[in-house]
Design a protein around this ligand. Sequence first.
Ligand code: UDP
Length: 328
Amino acid sequence: MEGKGKKVLITGGAGFLGSHLSDLFISKGYKVIAMDNLITGDISNLEHLFKHPDFEFYHHDVSKFVQVQGELHYILHFASPASPIDYLKIPIQTLKVGSLGTHNLLGLALAKKARILVASTSEIYGDPLVHPQSEDYWGNVNPIGPRGVYDEAKRFQEAMTMAYHRYHDLETRIVRIFNTYGPRMRLNDGRALPAFIGQALRGEDITVFGDGSQTRSFCYVADLIEGIYRLLMSDYAEPVNIGNPQEITIKDFAEEIIKLTGTQQKIVYKPLPADDPKQRQPDITLAKKLLNWEPKISRVEGLKVTYEYFKNLPQEELFKDPYGKKFN
Ligand code: UDP
Protein backbone atom coordinates (compact mmCIF):
# COMPACT_ATOMS: atom_id res chain seq x y z
CA MET A 1 0.00 0.00 0.00
CA GLU A 2 1.17 3.47 -0.93
CA GLY A 3 0.93 4.86 2.59
CA LYS A 4 2.50 1.97 4.51
CA GLY A 5 4.69 3.22 7.35
CA LYS A 6 3.81 6.87 6.63
CA LYS A 7 2.03 9.20 9.01
CA VAL A 8 -0.03 12.22 8.03
CA LEU A 9 -1.50 15.06 10.09
CA ILE A 10 -4.70 16.61 8.69
CA THR A 11 -5.78 19.84 10.36
CA GLY A 12 -9.44 20.68 10.05
CA GLY A 13 -9.87 16.92 9.92
CA ALA A 14 -13.48 17.02 11.09
CA GLY A 15 -14.48 19.50 8.41
CA PHE A 16 -15.95 18.97 4.96
CA LEU A 17 -12.63 18.63 3.11
CA GLY A 18 -10.54 17.37 6.05
CA SER A 19 -12.83 14.41 6.64
CA HIS A 20 -12.75 13.39 2.96
CA LEU A 21 -8.96 13.67 3.03
CA SER A 22 -8.85 11.51 6.17
CA ASP A 23 -10.86 8.85 4.30
CA LEU A 24 -8.52 8.97 1.31
CA PHE A 25 -5.32 8.63 3.34
CA ILE A 26 -6.77 5.80 5.46
CA SER A 27 -7.85 4.00 2.27
CA LYS A 28 -4.27 4.26 0.97
CA GLY A 29 -2.82 2.72 4.13
CA TYR A 30 -1.43 5.83 5.88
CA LYS A 31 -1.61 6.43 9.60
CA VAL A 32 -3.81 9.50 10.02
CA ILE A 33 -4.07 12.06 12.80
CA ALA A 34 -7.06 14.33 12.28
CA MET A 35 -6.85 17.54 14.32
CA ASP A 36 -9.75 19.93 14.83
CA ASN A 37 -11.03 22.40 17.43
CA LEU A 38 -14.59 21.65 16.26
CA ILE A 39 -15.63 25.30 15.88
CA THR A 40 -16.90 24.63 12.39
CA GLY A 41 -15.89 20.97 12.03
CA ASP A 42 -18.25 18.20 13.07
CA ILE A 43 -17.06 15.05 14.76
CA SER A 44 -19.82 13.05 13.11
CA ASN A 45 -17.89 13.46 9.83
CA LEU A 46 -15.20 11.19 11.32
CA GLU A 47 -17.16 8.79 13.50
CA HIS A 48 -16.88 5.99 10.96
CA LEU A 49 -13.05 6.11 11.31
CA PHE A 50 -12.88 6.00 15.11
CA LYS A 51 -12.47 2.23 15.26
CA HIS A 52 -9.80 2.13 12.57
CA PRO A 53 -6.41 1.19 14.09
CA ASP A 54 -4.54 3.72 11.91
CA PHE A 55 -6.76 6.66 12.84
CA GLU A 56 -6.43 9.11 15.73
CA PHE A 57 -8.33 12.29 16.54
CA TYR A 58 -6.76 15.22 18.44
CA HIS A 59 -9.10 17.92 19.73
CA HIS A 60 -6.86 20.97 19.39
CA ASP A 61 -6.82 24.53 18.06
CA VAL A 62 -3.85 24.85 15.68
CA SER A 63 -3.62 28.59 16.35
CA LYS A 64 -1.92 27.41 19.55
CA PHE A 65 1.37 25.49 19.63
CA VAL A 66 0.93 22.12 17.91
CA GLN A 67 2.61 19.02 19.29
CA VAL A 68 2.73 15.55 17.76
CA GLN A 69 4.75 12.69 19.21
CA GLY A 70 7.00 10.61 16.97
CA GLU A 71 7.56 10.90 13.27
CA LEU A 72 5.37 12.66 10.77
CA HIS A 73 5.76 12.51 6.99
CA TYR A 74 3.02 14.77 5.68
CA ILE A 75 0.95 17.66 7.00
CA LEU A 76 -2.19 18.94 5.27
CA HIS A 77 -3.38 22.24 6.73
CA PHE A 78 -7.12 22.41 6.12
CA ALA A 79 -8.25 24.03 9.35
CA SER A 80 -10.17 27.24 8.65
CA PRO A 81 -13.66 28.64 8.69
CA ALA A 82 -14.59 28.84 5.02
CA SER A 83 -17.97 30.44 4.43
CA PRO A 84 -18.99 34.10 4.13
CA ILE A 85 -21.13 33.81 7.29
CA ASP A 86 -18.14 32.39 9.18
CA TYR A 87 -16.12 35.48 8.28
CA LEU A 88 -18.79 37.66 9.89
CA LYS A 89 -19.36 35.44 12.95
CA ILE A 90 -15.81 34.30 13.74
CA PRO A 91 -13.48 36.78 12.03
CA ILE A 92 -10.64 36.66 14.58
CA GLN A 93 -10.44 32.85 14.53
CA THR A 94 -10.42 32.98 10.74
CA LEU A 95 -7.44 35.34 10.78
CA LYS A 96 -5.62 33.39 13.47
CA VAL A 97 -5.89 29.93 11.93
CA GLY A 98 -4.64 31.13 8.53
CA SER A 99 -1.73 33.08 10.03
CA LEU A 100 -0.69 31.78 13.48
CA GLY A 101 -1.98 28.29 12.67
CA THR A 102 -0.01 28.16 9.45
CA HIS A 103 3.11 29.37 11.25
CA ASN A 104 2.76 26.64 13.88
CA LEU A 105 2.33 23.94 11.25
CA LEU A 106 5.24 25.15 9.13
CA GLY A 107 7.35 25.01 12.29
CA LEU A 108 6.12 21.49 13.00
CA ALA A 109 6.88 20.45 9.41
CA LEU A 110 10.40 21.81 9.76
CA ALA A 111 10.98 20.01 13.08
CA LYS A 112 9.68 16.71 11.70
CA LYS A 113 11.17 17.12 8.20
CA ALA A 114 7.65 16.58 6.89
CA ARG A 115 6.22 17.78 3.59
CA ILE A 116 3.38 20.26 4.12
CA LEU A 117 0.47 21.15 1.83
CA VAL A 118 -1.58 24.21 2.76
CA ALA A 119 -5.15 24.84 1.63
CA SER A 120 -5.35 28.18 -0.13
CA THR A 121 -8.33 29.48 -2.02
CA SER A 122 -9.68 31.24 -5.07
CA GLU A 123 -10.52 34.02 -2.61
CA ILE A 124 -6.92 35.20 -2.88
CA TYR A 125 -7.98 36.47 -6.35
CA GLY A 126 -10.69 38.60 -4.66
CA ASP A 127 -13.22 40.06 -7.09
CA PRO A 128 -11.09 39.11 -10.10
CA LEU A 129 -10.43 41.44 -12.99
CA VAL A 130 -8.88 38.61 -15.01
CA HIS A 131 -11.06 35.74 -16.20
CA PRO A 132 -10.61 32.81 -15.89
CA GLN A 133 -8.14 33.04 -13.02
CA SER A 134 -4.69 31.55 -13.58
CA GLU A 135 -2.03 31.20 -10.91
CA ASP A 136 -0.02 34.18 -12.15
CA TYR A 137 -2.89 36.61 -11.45
CA TRP A 138 -2.24 38.58 -8.23
CA GLY A 139 -5.86 39.34 -7.46
CA ASN A 140 -8.15 42.19 -6.53
CA VAL A 141 -8.79 41.91 -2.80
CA ASN A 142 -10.37 44.39 -0.38
CA PRO A 143 -8.24 43.89 2.75
CA ILE A 144 -10.69 45.60 5.11
CA GLY A 145 -14.01 44.26 3.82
CA PRO A 146 -15.93 41.45 5.54
CA ARG A 147 -14.19 38.78 3.46
CA GLY A 148 -10.78 40.38 4.10
CA VAL A 149 -10.26 38.27 7.24
CA TYR A 150 -10.23 35.12 5.12
CA ASP A 151 -8.63 36.51 1.97
CA GLU A 152 -5.76 38.23 3.75
CA ALA A 153 -5.10 35.33 6.12
CA LYS A 154 -4.85 33.04 3.10
CA ARG A 155 -2.60 35.47 1.24
CA PHE A 156 -0.37 35.70 4.31
CA GLN A 157 -0.43 31.90 4.48
CA GLU A 158 0.88 31.64 0.93
CA ALA A 159 3.62 34.21 1.64
CA MET A 160 4.67 32.42 4.82
CA THR A 161 4.68 29.03 3.11
CA MET A 162 6.86 30.29 0.26
CA ALA A 163 9.20 31.92 2.80
CA TYR A 164 9.66 28.58 4.62
CA HIS A 165 10.24 26.92 1.28
CA ARG A 166 12.83 29.46 0.17
CA TYR A 167 14.55 30.15 3.47
CA HIS A 168 14.42 26.70 5.10
CA ASP A 169 14.21 24.61 1.96
CA LEU A 170 11.06 23.03 3.39
CA GLU A 171 9.01 20.82 1.04
CA THR A 172 5.81 22.83 0.64
CA ARG A 173 2.73 22.65 -1.60
CA ILE A 174 -0.04 25.22 -2.04
CA VAL A 175 -3.43 24.32 -3.46
CA ARG A 176 -5.82 27.11 -4.49
CA ILE A 177 -9.24 25.58 -4.01
CA PHE A 178 -12.24 26.88 -5.94
CA ASN A 179 -15.88 26.36 -4.91
CA THR A 180 -16.32 22.72 -3.93
CA TYR A 181 -19.43 20.79 -2.93
CA GLY A 182 -20.48 17.35 -1.82
CA PRO A 183 -21.63 15.30 1.16
CA ARG A 184 -20.61 16.62 4.63
CA MET A 185 -20.86 20.28 3.69
CA ARG A 186 -22.31 22.17 6.62
CA LEU A 187 -25.97 23.02 6.32
CA ASN A 188 -26.93 26.59 7.26
CA ASP A 189 -23.46 28.10 6.95
CA GLY A 190 -24.73 30.44 4.26
CA ARG A 191 -22.94 28.94 1.27
CA ALA A 192 -25.04 28.76 -1.86
CA LEU A 193 -25.39 25.02 -2.29
CA PRO A 194 -26.35 24.00 1.26
CA ALA A 195 -28.47 27.16 1.51
CA PHE A 196 -30.49 26.26 -1.60
CA ILE A 197 -30.86 22.56 -0.77
CA GLY A 198 -31.70 23.34 2.89
CA GLN A 199 -34.34 25.84 1.77
CA ALA A 200 -35.84 23.32 -0.65
CA LEU A 201 -35.98 20.64 2.06
CA ARG A 202 -37.58 23.02 4.59
CA GLY A 203 -40.10 24.27 2.02
CA GLU A 204 -38.71 27.81 2.03
CA ASP A 205 -38.14 30.11 -0.92
CA ILE A 206 -34.71 29.99 -2.54
CA THR A 207 -32.69 33.13 -1.74
CA VAL A 208 -30.58 34.40 -4.61
CA PHE A 209 -28.33 37.33 -3.70
CA GLY A 210 -28.15 40.28 -6.10
CA ASP A 211 -29.64 39.59 -9.52
CA GLY A 212 -27.98 36.15 -9.63
CA SER A 213 -25.80 37.06 -12.61
CA GLN A 214 -22.59 36.47 -10.62
CA THR A 215 -20.86 33.24 -11.59
CA ARG A 216 -19.14 30.38 -9.78
CA SER A 217 -17.61 27.09 -10.93
CA PHE A 218 -18.43 24.14 -8.67
CA CYS A 219 -16.16 21.13 -8.25
CA TYR A 220 -17.31 17.81 -6.78
CA VAL A 221 -15.36 16.92 -3.64
CA ALA A 222 -13.94 13.59 -4.88
CA ASP A 223 -12.35 15.33 -7.88
CA LEU A 224 -10.81 17.97 -5.64
CA ILE A 225 -9.41 15.42 -3.18
CA GLU A 226 -7.76 13.46 -6.00
CA GLY A 227 -6.16 16.68 -7.31
CA ILE A 228 -4.86 17.53 -3.84
CA TYR A 229 -3.30 14.10 -3.42
CA ARG A 230 -1.55 14.37 -6.78
CA LEU A 231 -0.24 17.83 -5.90
CA LEU A 232 1.08 16.61 -2.56
CA MET A 233 2.97 13.84 -4.34
CA SER A 234 4.35 16.20 -7.00
CA ASP A 235 7.54 18.23 -6.60
CA TYR A 236 5.95 21.61 -7.36
CA ALA A 237 6.10 24.24 -4.60
CA GLU A 238 4.20 27.12 -6.21
CA PRO A 239 0.42 27.48 -6.02
CA VAL A 240 -1.79 25.29 -8.21
CA ASN A 241 -5.49 25.90 -8.94
CA ILE A 242 -7.73 22.90 -8.37
CA GLY A 243 -11.36 23.32 -9.37
CA ASN A 244 -13.92 22.57 -12.04
CA PRO A 245 -13.97 25.15 -14.87
CA GLN A 246 -17.69 24.52 -15.63
CA GLU A 247 -19.02 28.01 -14.87
CA ILE A 248 -22.65 28.86 -14.08
CA THR A 249 -24.58 31.93 -12.91
CA ILE A 250 -26.00 31.66 -9.40
CA LYS A 251 -29.52 32.16 -10.76
CA ASP A 252 -29.12 29.19 -13.12
CA PHE A 253 -27.59 27.21 -10.28
CA ALA A 254 -30.62 27.96 -8.08
CA GLU A 255 -32.85 26.77 -10.92
CA GLU A 256 -30.87 23.54 -11.19
CA ILE A 257 -31.43 22.91 -7.48
CA ILE A 258 -35.15 23.69 -7.82
CA LYS A 259 -35.39 21.11 -10.60
CA LEU A 260 -33.31 18.54 -8.73
CA THR A 261 -35.27 18.78 -5.49
CA GLY A 262 -38.67 19.21 -7.14
CA THR A 263 -39.50 22.01 -4.69
CA GLN A 264 -42.59 24.11 -5.41
CA GLN A 265 -40.88 27.17 -3.90
CA LYS A 266 -39.73 30.13 -5.97
CA ILE A 267 -36.60 32.25 -6.16
CA VAL A 268 -36.60 35.42 -4.03
CA TYR A 269 -33.92 38.05 -4.51
CA LYS A 270 -31.93 39.47 -1.55
CA PRO A 271 -29.22 42.13 -1.42
CA LEU A 272 -25.78 41.11 -2.64
CA PRO A 273 -23.29 40.82 0.27
CA ALA A 274 -20.29 43.21 0.28
CA ASP A 275 -17.40 42.29 -2.01
CA ASP A 276 -19.21 39.25 -3.44
CA PRO A 277 -17.05 38.31 -6.46
CA LYS A 278 -18.86 38.85 -9.79
CA GLN A 279 -17.19 35.97 -11.56
CA ARG A 280 -15.00 33.01 -10.74
CA GLN A 281 -13.60 30.25 -12.89
CA PRO A 282 -10.34 28.36 -12.45
CA ASP A 283 -7.83 28.14 -15.24
CA ILE A 284 -6.59 24.58 -14.68
CA THR A 285 -4.01 24.43 -17.46
CA LEU A 286 -1.23 24.05 -14.90
CA ALA A 287 -2.92 21.22 -12.96
CA LYS A 288 -3.60 19.37 -16.21
CA LYS A 289 0.01 19.63 -17.31
CA LEU A 290 1.71 19.10 -13.98
CA LEU A 291 -0.58 16.54 -12.34
CA ASN A 292 -2.35 15.05 -15.33
CA TRP A 293 -5.50 15.96 -13.43
CA GLU A 294 -8.87 17.27 -14.45
CA PRO A 295 -12.32 16.92 -12.88
CA LYS A 296 -14.34 13.91 -14.00
CA ILE A 297 -17.66 14.29 -12.21
CA SER A 298 -20.31 16.44 -13.86
CA ARG A 299 -22.55 18.80 -11.90
CA VAL A 300 -25.58 16.64 -12.67
CA GLU A 301 -23.92 13.57 -11.14
CA GLY A 302 -22.34 15.38 -8.20
CA LEU A 303 -25.49 17.27 -7.25
CA LYS A 304 -27.52 14.06 -7.24
CA VAL A 305 -25.20 12.41 -4.70
CA THR A 306 -25.05 15.58 -2.62
CA TYR A 307 -28.83 15.97 -2.54
CA GLU A 308 -29.19 12.32 -1.41
CA TYR A 309 -26.83 13.07 1.47
CA PHE A 310 -28.76 16.15 2.64
CA LYS A 311 -32.12 14.45 2.18
CA ASN A 312 -31.09 11.60 4.47
CA LEU A 313 -29.86 13.80 7.34
CA PRO A 314 -31.95 13.71 10.53
CA GLN A 315 -34.77 16.26 10.22
CA GLU A 316 -33.48 18.36 13.17
CA GLU A 317 -30.21 19.02 11.28
CA LEU A 318 -32.20 21.10 8.81
CA PHE A 319 -33.10 23.58 11.54
CA LYS A 320 -29.82 23.64 13.48
CA ASP A 321 -28.13 27.01 13.97
CA PRO A 322 -24.39 26.39 13.65
CA TYR A 323 -23.74 29.61 15.55
CA GLY A 324 -25.77 28.82 18.66
CA LYS A 325 -22.57 28.90 20.72
CA LYS A 326 -20.32 31.88 21.33
CA PHE A 327 -16.63 31.53 20.61
CA ASN A 328 -13.62 33.27 22.08
N1 UDP B 1 -25.60 33.06 -2.68
C1 UDP B 1 -26.93 33.27 -2.95
N2 UDP B 1 -27.86 32.86 -2.02
C2 UDP B 1 -27.52 32.23 -0.85
C3 UDP B 1 -26.16 32.02 -0.60
C4 UDP B 1 -25.21 32.43 -1.53
O1 UDP B 1 -27.30 33.82 -3.99
O2 UDP B 1 -28.42 31.91 -0.06
C5 UDP B 1 -24.61 33.50 -3.67
C6 UDP B 1 -23.47 34.35 -3.09
O3 UDP B 1 -23.86 35.71 -3.01
C7 UDP B 1 -22.38 34.11 -4.09
C8 UDP B 1 -22.64 32.69 -4.58
O4 UDP B 1 -23.97 32.38 -4.21
O5 UDP B 1 -22.48 34.99 -5.17
C9 UDP B 1 -21.72 31.65 -3.98
O6 UDP B 1 -21.74 31.84 -2.61
P1 UDP B 1 -20.96 30.93 -1.58
O7 UDP B 1 -21.19 31.52 -0.25
O8 UDP B 1 -21.35 29.52 -1.79
O9 UDP B 1 -19.43 30.99 -1.97
P2 UDP B 1 -18.43 32.17 -2.39
O10 UDP B 1 -19.14 33.49 -2.48
O11 UDP B 1 -17.39 32.16 -1.35
O12 UDP B 1 -17.98 31.72 -3.71
